[in-house]
Write a protein that binds this ligand. Structure first.
Ligand SMILES: [Zn+2]
Ligand SMILES: [Zn+2]
Length: 264
C-alpha cells in the first residue's frame, strides 16, 4: 500500500544532528515512495547542550531548497524549521522566521532547566542524581509554557519526546500517568489553533499515541500532521502506515487535497 501522507518533519544536512542527512536524496526517496509532499524542518536551536550543536544557516538552507525544487519538479517541497524552546529565545526565533517564507513551523521542547542545569530529555536517563520522573513532569510543564507563550509556531512537535529516552528500571511510560499535564497542553494548543504532530520517530514508536490523539479531539483540536523526524533519507515517512491507521481511529480524516493536514 503506498504511503500517501505528506511528511512534514524531516531533517537534512542543514540540521546539526543529521550527519547522514541529505536533502537531495530525501527528495528522491519521497518520489520513490509516492509522498505527496515533504517539508524540511531543520533544527533552529539556541539551547546548546550537545557537542557541535548550532542553529541553522537559514540562508544556505533556503538556497538548498531552491536547488531541490529546480531539480525535483514533480515533488512538492515545503520549507520549514523546528524551533527549539522558542519562548526562551524570542528575538532569535523572530530572526529565523523573518529570513524567508516558511511553510511549516514546528515548536519543540527538547530541553528543560533543572537545578541550574539545562538538560535535553535524552540526557535525563544518564544524568547522575536526577529524579527522572520529576524531570519528565518538568518537560510537560515547559511544553505548556511554550504553547502558552504566544510564539508563532503552527505545529506542536513530539509532545511526549522523553519517552524516546526512557530510563531503564523505572515503570514504563504510560500516557494515562500524565493525563493532567498532557490535557492541559492539548487544551492550550487547541485554544491557540495549533496542529498536533504525530511523530513516528523514524519508524520506532508513535509520539504521541492513540490515547493522546483522542484527548486532542476531545480538547477541540482541529488538525493533525505526520512527521517521521527522519535524519537520513531512508527514514523518510518511516512508520507512517501505523500512524495513519491510529490517527484515523482517533477520529481524524484526510483532506481531499493530498498535501493538506488531516482534520476532525
Ligand atoms: Zn525534535
Ligand atoms: Zn526533529
Amino acid at each position: 500500500m503506498p504511503v500517501l501522507v505528506p511528511d512534514y518533519h524531516v531533517h537534512t544536512e542543514w540540521s546539526w544532528d543529521a550527519p547522514r542527512g541529505d536533502m537531495e536524496r530525501s527528495c528522491e526517496r519521497a518520489l520513490e515512495i509516492g509522498l505527496p509532499a515533504i517539508a524540511f524542518t531543520e533544527h533552529a536551536d539556541w539551547a546548546l547542550v550537545h557537542k557541535g550543536q548550532h542553529s541553522v544557516d537559514i540562508a544556505g538552507y533556503f538556497e538548498a531548497v531552491e536547488r531541490c525544487r529546480a531539480k525535483f519538479k514533480n515533488l512538492k517541497i515545503q520549507t520549514g524549521v523546528e524551533l527549539g524552546e522558542p519562548h526562551w529565545y524570542p528575538s532569535e526565533t523572530a530572526d529565523v522566521l523573518s529570513a524567508g517564507p516558511l511553510d511549516r513551523v514546528l515548536g519543540s521542547i527538547h530541553c528543560v532547566r533543572l537545578g541550574g542545569d539545562m538538560l535535553d530529555a535524552s540526557q535525563f536517563r544518564s544524568h547522575e542524581g536526577l529524579d527522572f520522573l520529576s524531570a519528565v513532569r518538568e518537560y510537560f510543564r515547559e511544553t505548556l509554557a511554550m504553547v502558552e507563550s504566544g510564539q508563532p509556531f503552527e505545529t506542536l512537535a513530539h509532545l511526549d519526546y522523553p519517552k524516546r529516552y526512557w530510563r531503564e528500571g523505572v515503570a514504563p511510560y504510560r500516557e494515562q500517568d500524565y493525563e493532567e499535564p498532557i490535557r492541559a497542553i492539548l487544551a492550550a494548543a487547541a485554544r491557540t489553533g495549533r496542529v498536533l504532530e504525530v511523530n513516528t520517530t523514524r519508524g520506532n514508536t508513535l509520539c504521541p499515541d492513540l490515547r493522546v490523539v483522542r484527548w486532542w479531539r476531545e480538547a477541540g483540536g482541529q488538525a493533525v500532521s505526520f512527521g517521521s523526524d527522519a535524519h537520513q533519507p531512508d527514514r523518510v515517512a518511516a512508520g507512517f502506515e501505523v500512524a495513519v491507521q491510529m490517527v484515523e481511529s482517533a477520529g481524524f480524516k484526510p483532506s481531499p487535497e493530498p498535501t493538506a493536514l488531516w482534520r476532525r
